[in-house]
Design a protein around this ligand. Structure first.
Ligand SMILES: Cc1cc2nc3c(=O)[nH]c(=O)nc-3n(C[C@H](O)[C@H](O)[C@H](O)COP(=O)(O)OP(=O)(O)OC[C@H]3O[C@@H](n4cnc5c(N)ncnc54)[C@H](O)[C@@H]3O)c2cc1C
Length: 299
C-alpha cells in the first residue's frame, strides 16, 4: 500500500517521513520515526487510528517528547504527535485543555487569569496529554489533583469521557488510561484572593527549577521514579556517580537524578548510563531503581 498517498490524499494529515526523533524529543537524540503524523483535529486523529488498526500498522502517540528515549534504530510505523491539537477554553474556574497544549501554557494562562491550583506544576515541559498519562507532578502537587474529567479515544477510534472517580491516579501512572489516547482534560481551579502572591509562587517554582535542574542541557527530567522513603538522586550520588560519563551521556553534576545529553550522546550511551546507575545502586543499597522515562524501540 502507498502509505504516503493514503496520508496525503485520503486522510489529509501532514506527515514527515523518516524523521529524526532528536527533533521531537527533549533528549535530542535517537533514531528516526518511519512516519511522523501531525493531525490537527480529533476527526483526523480518529481516521488515522481507524486506518492504522485496520491495516495492522503500529501507532504510537507522542506529546512533546519530554519523557521518552528513542532507540538509535528508531521506530517503525506511525508516530502520531498531538502537538497541533492545542485548544484551551476557560469557563469561570473550569479549564478544558486539548492534549497537545503545553501544560505550562495552561498554567501561565490560569495564573494570568487569577486561577490557582496548578501553579506548583510550572515548568514541567510536557503536553496536557503527556502530563495526564504520566500524572506528572512536582512540589507535592500532581496533575490529577486538579482534573475532573478526561476525554479519551480508544484504539478503535471511539470517543468517551471518563470521570476522575473512575480512574486510579498513582505516582507517575494512571490506572485505567493505559489503552486510550488522551484527547483533552478538564481542570477545576479556584479564584485566587491574592493574584500577586499567585504570580510570585509561579516565579518561585520556575526559579527553583532553574537553580536545581540542569536545564542548559538536553534531558528528559528525572530518569527514575522516587523509591519508597528515598530519592533516586541521593542514592545515585552516594554511589559516586555524579558526573559519570558514558560516551556523550553524563549523570548531571547539578542533579544526579538527571542524565544529560552532554556531548552528542547516542540513545545507547544514555541507556548504558541508566543501566550502570541501576546496577550500582542495587549493589550498594539493595534498592532497584525503576525507570520513570519511557523507552521506545529496541535497546
Ligand atoms: C527538564 C525536565 C524537567 C521535568 N520535570 C518533571 C517534573 O517535575 N515532574 C514530572 O512529572 N515530569 C517531569 N519531566 C518529564 C516530562 O516533562 C513529563 O513526564 C511530561 O508529563 C511528559 O509529557 P510529554 O507531552 O512530553 O509526553 P511524551 O514524552 O511525549 O510521552 C510520554 C508518555 O505519554 C504518552 N502520551 C503522550 N501524550 C499522550 C496522549 N495524548 N494520550 C496518551 N498517551 C500519551 C506517550 O505515549 C508516552 O508513553 C521533566 C522533563 C524534563 C525534560
Amino acid at each position: 500500500m502507498d502509505l504516503k498517498a493514503k496520508f496525503k490524499n485520503d486522510l489529509k494529515i501532514s506527515y514527515i517521513e523518516n524523521v529524526p526523533m532528536a527533533s521531537y524529543t527533549t533528549y535530542k537524540t535517537g533514531g528516526r520515526a518511519e512516519f511522523l503524523l501531525l493531525p490537527e483535529t480529533k476527526k483526523q486523529l480518529q481516521a488515522l487510528y481507524v486506518f492504522a488498526r485496520a491495516n495492522n500498522i503500529p501507532c504510537r502517540v507522542l506529546g512533546l517528547g519530554s519523557n521518552i528515549l528513542v532507540s538509535d534504530q528508531g521506530v517503525k510505523g506511525i508516530t502520531c504527535c498531538l502537538k497541533n491539537i492545542r485548544s484551551i477554553t476557560f469557563d469561570d474556574t473550569t479549564v478544558l485543555a486539548a492534549a497537545g497544549l503545553p501544560l505550562d501554557s495552561l498554567i501561565k494562562n490560569a495564573v494570568d487569569k487569577g486561577l490557582e491550583g496548578v501553579e506548583d506544576l510550572s515548568g514541567i515541559p510536557g503536553s496536557i496529554g503527556g502530563a495526564v498519562f504520566m500524572n506528572a507532578g512536582a512540589y507535592k502537587a500532581e496533575t490529577f489533583d486538579y482534573i475532573t474529567q478526561v476525554e479519551v479515544m480508544d484504539l478503535n477510534g471511539n470517543f468517551k469521557t471518563i470521570n476522575k472517580a473512575d480512574l486510579k491516579p498513582a505516582y507517575r501512572h494512571v490506572f485505567g488510561l493505559e489503552n486510550f489516547i488522551i484527547i483533552a482534560a478538564k481542570f477545576e481551579l479556584k479564584k485566587t484572593q491574592n493574584p500577586a502572591a499567585l504570580k510570585a509562587r509561579r516565579q518561585e517554582i520556575l526559579a527553583s527549577r532553574q537553580a536545581k535542574q540542569p536545564l542548559d542541557y538536553p534531558s528528559a527530567g528525572s530518569v527514575f521514579k522516587r523509591p519508597k522513603g528515598n530519592f533516586a538522586s541521593k542514592l545515585i550520588d552516594e554511589c559516586g556517580l555524579k558526573g559519570k560519563e558514558i560516551g556523550g551521556a553524563k549523570v548531571s553534576t547539578k542533579h544526579a537524578g538527571f542524565i544529560i545529553n552532554y556531548n552528542n550522546a547516542s540513545a545507547k550511551d544514555i541507556k548504558n548510563l541508566m543501566d550502570e546507575a541501576q546496577t550500582c545502586v542495587f549493589k550498594k543499597t539493595g534498592v532497584k531503581l525503576e525507570l520513570e522515562q519511557i523507552l521506545w524501540g529496541d535497546f
